[in-house]
Design a protein around this ligand. Sequence first.
Ligand code: HEC
Ligand code: HEC
Length: 183
Amino acid sequence: MVILVLAAAVAVLLGIVIALSFKLGDRKERVEPATGTPPPVAEHVLPHGPQLDAMRRGIPVDQESTPLPMARVMNVDIKRERAYPMQPPTIPHSIDNYQVSVNTNRCMLCHARHNAANFQAPPVSVTHYMDRDDQFLATISPRRYFCNQCHVVQTDAQPLVANGFIDIDTVLAEGQPVADGAH
Ligand code: HEC
Ligand code: HEC
């Protein structure tokens, strides 16, 4: 008999604890941003109403925004078009754990002229061996040592700010004047 009463008491207590934890969970959810779904990215152009920072996607500064999902690296070996001839090409492979430090440059393992063929990688272009006086050095120029300063990995991230850039081939093909604001 006593055991039955005890078991009932334990069951009631358990019920209360479970109910409370649900309540707490509720409260946690209520901390979520009040703004709802943010507008899709890259749809807005600066200036965005009273907002100065387009990276906030039009969400007022006193409101919490829902962060965008992390971008995924496109490790597919497909090169993207360069928007203009001197654009540093984006990196068509992942670079996780490729160390570039004072002692070692992992990128040059494959991209140095003498090793490129072994890895079927494009060797860094001749500009990467030039010093600031346009003299060619035997090894990578210190100005081009930190590859990630200019080259970024390709991801599926959407642009945060709309961009009206038109590349020169399009301009020539359409016979447009270069830009309205240019004259
Ligand atoms: C294991 C060899 C290897 C390493 C290490 C490596 N790459 Fe590559 N990289 C390649 C190969 C191969 C390609 C050709 C495209 C492909 O197969 O992904 C390439 C392509 C590229 C391209 C595109 C070039 C173009 O003409 O579009 C860039 C930029 C690049 N790599 C930069 C880097 C940077 C920066 C690092 C260091 C953080 C690095 N790579 C490390 C092998 C490598
Ligand atoms: C200061 C900016 C800068 C740095 C630093 C830099 N690059 Fe580049 N890279 C460029 C630009 C700009 C181009 C395209 C024009 C050219 O070839 O110079 C380019 C082109 C390339 C290409 C394509 C070559 C071709 O012939 O198409 C590869 C591969 C490359 N870089 C790899 C690297 C690696 C690896 C490093 C680090 C050791 C590096 N870059 C450092 C700016 C840079």
